[in-house]
Design a protein around this ligand. Structure first.
Ligand SMILES: Cc1cc2nc3c(=O)[nH]c(=O)nc-3n(C[C@H](O)[C@H](O)[C@H](O)COP(=O)(O)OP(=O)(O)OC[C@H]3O[C@@H](n4cnc5c(N)ncnc54)[C@H](O)[C@@H]3O)c2cc1C
Length: 434
């Protein structure tokens, strides 16, 4: 039997999964949707590293959620941070004190930076999950260069001109390549006292290979490209402590670096603990095959909060296309349910492959059996991101502005701005040490 009264759907998180679900149910009068996000914007995280490395300005990769959903008359967008979920009372509570009742809930609050049980390392390092994080990294690196130009102390100059990036996955590799581009190309002629070419970028990886999820020859290619750009790679190097301005390694050595960037791990948003479902080591939930939470047929979970194999037995990765596909799948189930169809098909992930950019003009791409590397892979990267941003920005002119800013490096993106305080929307990540 189909429903008579609109169903109250609460969506926590306007990221890839939450936004897709809301968009697919837009203007369907059978749903009264409230989308709550702690920020006012949807963030295109794959390009965060470009904001961190001063290639793009923050607004280039974010868009107001309210604006995106302006035409969805059945969706109310509210900016609030959900602090708990009461599954028995069927409501969530915001840090504003607001109670959000629901008939169905989609928890899509994404991941945060993970420190392998050493949350104290967060205060001495810079994570990269939010726009505030990206701006912290950019501010720290650019300020360090200014201080290096000022100082007459050689050792201090060397410390200020060292960037340590922990984690040789796509984020670490993309950051290292983009920092190398920044100092060797964009900033080359801007300083008089320091030689920006002497800036050390050190990429630290605990295992044998960087880009471990790619094929070994692509990993080797990425390593060669980064080394050509002047990046030092320390593989098989385990961090055992992160202190103010220094990293200690398992082999007994220490590295002094004024900027320490942590790109080594992710953990699920702590809200998953409110669900009463078993969690994996990263705080993720393994949902039922239809993406509902075990024991709660009206609660769905999606995106980076999920650890699961899909209906074909493939492990679903924590990437944007997976989050989008999950959001769409949940919308489909909710629509069917509203039409009186109780069938809940299992989620099946369509793998579009993965890519990582290694400085401008070079990338690696792996999709199915096809592998690309070099300039052609970079063109593929550019095409995919342009196609995505056409949908995202909605206007070709804005997109062309973005492409121009990226290709020439937006000069404004290099301006250092000190806000009165630097609150990260993720409270687990305090502002960096001065
Ligand atoms: C630096 C970086 C680079 C990446 N590169 C790629 C890439 O190249 N390709 C790719 O496919 N994927 C990439 N990813 C991964 C991809 O961005 C994620 O898999 C995707 O964003 C997950 O979508 P989601 O909807 O689960 O969460 P998110 O997109 O993270 O959205 C979560 C939303 O929830 C909100 N939120 C969090 N907590 C609360 C709360 N308590 N109350 C209210 N709102 C809350 C957040 O503000 C956010 O808007 C990258 C991620 C990072 C960090």
């Amino acid at each position: 039997m189909s429903q008579t009264k609109p169903r109250k759907l609460l969506i926590i998180g306007g990221g890839f999964a939450g936004l897709e679900c809301a968009s697919k149910l837009a203007n369907d009068e059978r749903f009264e949707i409230t989308l709550v996000d702690r920020t006012n914007h949807h963030l295109f995280q794959p390009l965060l590293y470009q904001v961190a490395t001063a290639s793009l300005a923050a607004p280039d990769i974010a868009r107001s959620i309210r604006q995106i959903l302006a035409d969805a008359k059945n969706v109310t967008v509210l900016m609030d941070e959900i602090s708990s979920i009461d599954t028995a009372a069927k409501h969530a509570v915001g840090s504003s004190g607001t109670i959000y009742p629901y008939d169905s809930l989609l928890l899509a609050a994404g991941a945060r930076t993970g420190y392998f049980g050493h949350d104290e390392w967060a205060k001495h390092s810079l994570g990269l999950k939010s726009l505030a994080d990206a701006q912290n990294i950019r501010r720290t690196v650019l300020s360090n260069l200014e201080r290096a130009e000022l100082t007459t102390d050689d050792a201090e100059r060397a410390r200020l001109m060292t960037i340590a990036i922990v984690g040789g996955g796509p984020t670490g590799v993309e950051l290292a390549g983009a920092f190398a581009d920044l100092v060797h190309r964009s900033l080359k002629s801007n300083f008089r006292r320091i030689d920006t070419g002497k800036l050390r970028i050190i990429l630290i990886e605990g295992s044998e290979l960087i880009l471990e999820t790619f094929d070994p020859d692509q990993s080797a290619y990425a390593r060669k490209r980064l080394e050509k750009l002047g990046v030092e790679i320390r593989n098989n190097t385990r961090v055992i402590d992160v202190r103010a301005g220094a990293l200690d390694f398992k082999d007994g050595t220490t590295l002094e670096a004024a900027a320490i960037i942590w790109a080594a791990g992710v953990a699920a948003n702590p809200l998953t603990a409110s669900l009463g479902a078993p969690l994996d080591r990263g705080g993720r939930v393994t949902p039922n095959s239809d993406l509902s939470v075990p024991g709660h047929p009206d609660i769905f979970i999606a995106g980076d909060l999920v650890s699961m194999k899909d209906s074909e037995g493939k492990m679903v990765p924590g990437v944007a296309p997976a989050a989008v596909q999950m959001g769409a799948h949940i919308a489909k189930i909710l629509k069917a349910q509203a039409s009186g169809d109780s069938k809940r098909p299992p989620f099946c992930y369509f793998d579009k492959g993965m890519m990582a950019i290694i400085g401008k003009n070079y990338a690696v791409v792996k999709t199915g059996k096809m592998q690309l590397q070099g300039f052609i892979a970079w063109l593929a990267w550019l095409f995919v991101h342009i196609m995505f941003l056409i949908g995202f920005r909605n206007k070709l002119s804005v997109l062309l502005g973005w492409a121009y800013a990226y290709l020439v490096n937006t000069p404004e993106a290099r301006i250092i701005v000190y806000p009165p305080a630097v609150p990260s929307p993720d409270k687990s990540i305090p502002p960096p040490a001065a």
